[in-house]
Ligand binder design. Structure first.
Ligand code: NAD
Length: 459
């Protein structure tokens, strides 16, 4: 049974009641729920992958690599560590608080809302859910209506593996999300645009509901002269054109040392050809733009520079080939807004300071890429810029390690997740001080004695 006919306030209330029953707090129950999620993924790989093909022309291999396998890996990671994460930790107790013992106890937040975007419509809904379950919450899932085939599959599958009071799906768009955000939720985990992130944060503030905002931005890719050109080009082209550039951490634009700009451009062109052939429209490994509105937005950006590779579009197929733009005006739209498509503008720089200034002229990005074998160059970029994450000499891979928290800073987001960070995001760490009745120090009570002054100056 889906939740199409259940009014949203009633659904959230039933989840809150379920949470207050205490059932989700047992580690055994959380492990069971994670096992259910694992089953949902493993038993429905084909269904999910077909839906991703329909929405984005994502190949089965890409769907497995970037969505299905990633979500499964995150689920297994939590399953193997949950008992340890959920333990109450004893910490030391300061001398003046003795006799006594101190603990930190992670506890679930309650009923959480997870809102996801369309670009990785499966993994970006279920990866946060792993953390929500592991921490012992109930969760309402709001998939993106724009990736409609995947959203339908999610809506069908979730009730087959979870009790509605515990985990449920609310399909829909702005209206449904707005109604959800009016509810007294315990956390909102949002992945999407900066614009909608502000709407979410504003709505959540009415109930003082904490938010995690996983947003986007313009992630720079800085290429120094001391690089292995062929490997750098391969890794840049892979990260940029995966999912046809519709990846929040895709290299948005290239900043290249002036003397190797032409070499890098031709090396990236060569890799595009190797990956997708002479006509990428025929490639089974190349995705489509999600809808006409994004297609036209991207098509307009092609005007902002000289096309040195690609550029020949097909509106009916929502196809934009891997495209490189040279001689780009830094003030143009392609250099001002998040591209979120297969267009790579290239700008050259002469000194590392100039590259850093170009990055710092824009809001803090979600990812920053540095290609250089020169440690001093790497350090100068790292020390003088701020970004959600960094990957040196590769792209995208930094977000695939469960040991590295994933999230933005400034305009690219608030909070983080993946691995233990997901558990932390959906937990409250409760501080507990436990005192025995024995040894009740009389000096702390009024009327205060002058000796208290002396003691407080010493300890
Ligand atoms: P979006 O902000 O338009 O939509 C995200 C979600 O918000 C959807 O579920 C949608 O239904 C809902 N929504 C849309 N308008 C709303 C409104 N007015 N009120 C309430 N809810 C609303 O984002 P998108 O177009 O789906 O995704 C693209 C954006 O997401 C890009 O900016 C990208 O960088 C970002 N993104 C970030 C990450 C990350 O992990 N940091 C990952 C993927 C995408």
């Amino acid at each position: 049974m889906t939740n199409r006919n259940m009014p949203i306030p009633g659904l959230v209330e039933s989840q809150k009641n379920f949470f207050y029953s205490g059932k989700t707090k047992s580690v055994g129950f959380r492990l069971y729920q994670l096992e259910q999620l694992k089953l949902l993924i493993t038993e429905n790989r084909d269904l999910v992958s077909k839906a991703l093909k329909e929405d984005l022309n994502k190949s089965e291999a890409e769907a497995n690599l970037t969505e299905i396998r990633e979500t499964l890996r995150e689920t297994r990671y939590a399953l193997n560590r949950l008992k340890k994460w959920a333990k109450t930790q004893a910490v030391s107790t300061p001398f003046l608080l003795k006799p006594g013992t101190s603990y930190i106890k992670p506890e679930p937040l309650g009923t959480v809302l997870i809102i996801s975007p369309w670009n990785y419509p499966f993994s970006l809904l279920f990866m946060p859910l792993v953390g929500a379950i592991a921490a012992g919450n109930t969760a309402v899932l709001k998939p993106s209506e724009i990736a409609s085939a995947t959203s339908r599959v999610i809506e069908e599958l979730v009730p087959q593996y979870f009790e509605r009071e515990c985990i449920s799906v609310v399909p829909g768009g702005v209206e449904e999300t707005s109604t959800l955000l009016e509810q007294p939720l315990d956390h909102v985990f949002f992945t999407g645009s900066e614009k909608v992130g502000k709407i979410v944060m504003n709505a959540a503030s009415k109930h003082l509901t904490p938010v995690t905002l996983e947003l986007g931005g313009k992630s720079p890719c800085i290429v120094d002269k001391k690089v292995d050109v062929k490997i750098a080009a391969k890794r840049i082209a892979w990260g940029k054109f995966l999912n046809a550039g519709q990846t929040c951490v895709a290299p948005d634009y290239l900043l290249v040392r002036e003397e190797i700009k032409d070499t890098i451009i031709s090396a990236i062109r060569e890799q595009i050809n190797r990956f997708y052939g002479n006509d990428p429209e025929l490639s089974q490994s190349y995705c489509r733009i999600i809808n006409q509105s994004h297609f036209h937005r991207l098509e307009a950006l092609l005007e902002d520079g000289n096309i040195v590779c690609g550029g020949d579009t097909d509106a009916e197929q929502r196809y934009i080939p891997p495209t490189i733009l040279d001689n780009v005006n830094p003030e143009s739209n392609v250099m001002s807004e998040e591209i979120f498509g297969p267009i790579l503008p290239v700008i050259s720089f002469k000194t590392v300071q100039e590259a850093v200034e170009l990055v710092n002229d824009k809001p803090k990005p979600l990812a920053l890429y540095v290609f250089s074998e020169d440690k001093e160059f790497q350090d100068l970029v790292l020390e003088n810029t701020s970004s959600g994450g960094v990957c040196i000499n590769d792209t995208i891979l930094q977000i695939t390690s469960p040991e590295l928290p994933f999230g933005g800073v400034g305009n690219s987001g608030i909070g983080n997740y993946h691995g233990k960070s997901s558990f932390d995001t959906f937990s409250h760490y409760k501080s507990i001080l436990k005192k025995p009745f024995k040894l009740d120090l009389f000096l702390r009570y009024p009327p205060f004695k002058s000796i208290l002054n002396k003691i407080s100056k010493i300890v």
